[in-house]
Design a protein around this ligand. Structure first.
Ligand SMILES: Nc1ncnc2c1ncn2[C@@H]1O[C@H](COP(=O)(O)OP(=O)(O)OP(=O)(O)O)[C@@H](O)[C@H]1O
Ligand SMILES: [Mg+2]
Length: 413
């Protein structure tokens, strides 16, 4: 019987070919050791790559020291970069540890690369960079960014905030800062001095086009190349010795993310979504874009997840489950869910991040997210006076180098 429907021809499902060892190795060149600032292939951390005919990939990884706190992060980045290839069915890592000679070679390479790259941006090598993004506007990126920055600063750290929302900036208002940015000469070159905001023992250093223009004239900036403005903030700002740089991204995906991937490939992305599943799909587009531009998504934050009324009852205003669903889809952890709370919006209106002044549910959720970021997801690289490279591998290396030169001195005696 002809029912008028056209039956599509039957196709065998196409099975993607496994990638070659070279393709996997190239993908690994985008995995940056967070401490040493160079990619894991260049650093000699990848002794072997095997690709089985069924698409199972096994990567040998030699850490500078076995107990390196960056291990979980390196693992995640490697899995992320390789598993996006359609022909890959699984990723396995064989862990190993470098010999002292290999460590010395890795450190020499890292130092050399750090020097070569130095003029690229004004962001210090040990600074951890986290961009806060979403596919859709109005989900709370800027509120989350300033609260995370304030929370990190309150724990004694120096935190840069770069407002990459060039024409929709809201960071100045949210932090209650409005002085125009000054320029000074540093090493014979004009540099923008960020606005500095002491918080407890820590400090926020912030730049925004909001400090350059009146809010009402911001539209004129539309003519300006977006990425150029962000690039200038990265290159020409006299940033201090930052522990973290948080970047408040404009809504949507595109130019700015690609620009960041080029200028600061070690940027990690945190995606904010509301609990509604539609918003989650939009956020996923941002995450997909990040993957294509090789920025790793390190976590998802759900914002406006329900409302706790004065009787303590929880009401789900914008649906539920979007944060976890997105986290599962992008393979990154859900870092926390921030409920709707008037105190958070009010804090924004008066330039006082709620995390500093409240014990309410939103501030409590934000504090837990700050702790997870600092201790687990993008752990801080400690600063070590007198050594130009910092962190566990570098400190260990410095100790090895000292021991070796002492041994040399003794044998020369
Ligand atoms: N958890 C929350 N509880 C109550 N209000 C919130 C919450 N999160 C954000 N808001 C409010 O929602 C509005 C949008 O937040 P915000 O400006 O941070 O979003 P955004 O994603 O940066 O927006 P845009 O895409 O325009 O840059 C603000 O008025 C803010 O105060
Ligand atoms: Mg914003």
């Amino acid at each position: 019987m002809d029912d008028g429907l056209i039956t599509p021809p039957a196709h065998e499902p196409t099975v993607a070919e496994p990638p070659s060892v070279d393709v996997v190795t190239d993908a690994l060149r985008t995995v940056i050791d967070p401490e040493l600032g160079s990619d894991v292939v260049t650093l000699g951390m990848i002794p072997s790559v095997e690709v089985a005919p069924d698409g199972a990939v096994t990567v040998g990884v030699k850490l500078t020291i076995g107990g390196c706190p960056m291990r979980a992060e390196i693992k995640r980045s490697i899995e992320d970069r390789i598993s996006v290839h359609p022909g890959v069915t699984s990723v396995k890592i064989d862990w190993g540890e470098m010999t002292p000679e290999e460590r010395t070679a890795a450190m020499t390479t890292a130092r050399w690369n750090a020097r070569e790259r130095a003029p690229e941006t004004a962001i210090g090598e040990r600074c951890r960079i986290v961009a806060v993004a979403s596919g859709k506007g109005g989900v709370g990126k800027s509120s989350v960014t300033v609260n995370l920055a304030a929370g990190l600063a309150a724990s004694g750290l120096t935190v840069g905030v770069l407002d990459a929302d060039i024409w929709g900036f809201s960071v100045p208002r949210l932090l209650g800062v409005d002085q125009p940015l000054e320029a000074t000469e540093v090493d014979g070159r004009p540099r923008i001095t960020p606005n500095r905001l002491p918080i407890g023992d820590g400090m926020i250093e912030v730049v925004s086009t909001g400090f350059l223009v009146e809010e009402s004239t911001a539209l004129m900036w539309r003519g300006l190349m977006l990425t150029k403005a962000v690039e200038q903030f990265l290159r020409d700002v006299a940033w201090g010795d930052l522990d973290y740089l948080l970047i408040d991204m404009p809504p949507g995906t595109g130019d700015v993310q690609m620009g960041l991937a080029r200028l600061l490939p070690r940027t990690s992305l945190v995606v904010v979504t509301t609990p509604a599943l539609a918003a989650q799909r939009v956020a996923q587009r941002a995450a997909d874009m990040a993957r294509r531009s090789f920025l790793p998504v390190v976590g998802v934050i759900e914002n406006m997840s329900g409302f706790v009324c004065e009787h303590g009852e929880h009401h789900e205003v914008f649906g539920s489950g979007g944060g976890q669903a997105l986290a599962d889809a992008v393979g990154a952890p859900l870092l926390g869910s921030i409920p709707i709370e008037a105190a958070l919006a009010d804090g924004g209106d008066i330039g006082q991040p709620v995390i500093l002044s409240s014990d309410g549910p939103a501030a409590t959720a934000l504090r837990a997210i700050v702790n997870r970021l600092r201790d687990e997801v993008v752990p801080m690289v400690p600063s070590t006076d007198g050594i130009d490279m910092a962190g566990c591998s570098a400190r260990l290396l410095a100790a090895v180098e000292t021991a070796l030169s002492e041994a040399d001195a003794q044998s020369a005696d």
